[in-house]
Design a protein around this ligand. Sequence first.
Ligand SMILES: [Zn+2]
Length: 159
Amino acid sequence: MSKRTIKTYPNEILGKKAEKVKSAEEVKDLISEMKEILEEADGVGLAAPQIGVSKQVFVVKDGHHYYGFMNPEIVERSDETITTKEGCLSFPGLWIDIERPKLVKIEALTEDDERMLLEAEGIGAVVFQHEIDHLFGKVFIDYLSGFDKMKARLKYGLK
Ligand SMILES: [Zn+2]
């Protein structure tokens, strides 16, 4: 099996909405592969579209553990926000300040095939929101406006 690699911006899959999965079983191998790729890349989160698979699957790192989630839905967002410097494996070398809700509640399918309600706060909430955005074709530079977005795009040879 040929190994999948990380797709970088402006690969068109990064702008596409991903398909829901039927069960955790269906994407078991994909999740294992994503965990390996994330570990090798030394990142904190990875979404399936980033490796060329248009499915609603993402993995996040928490401490030394990696967890896979599918078909996520953000059901609650706090008014209070947090601004952090975000990076993205699909945008090598780019770090930008993004403001997001500080606390989110997320419903998602776990690797045990259970629909769970998760609560994430601070950096955890940022990582979840960043990865979930990828499943809906949104990338972090979409939060920038005008000149800042142009500068970010120029970095990747785009106008
Ligand atoms: Zn990303």
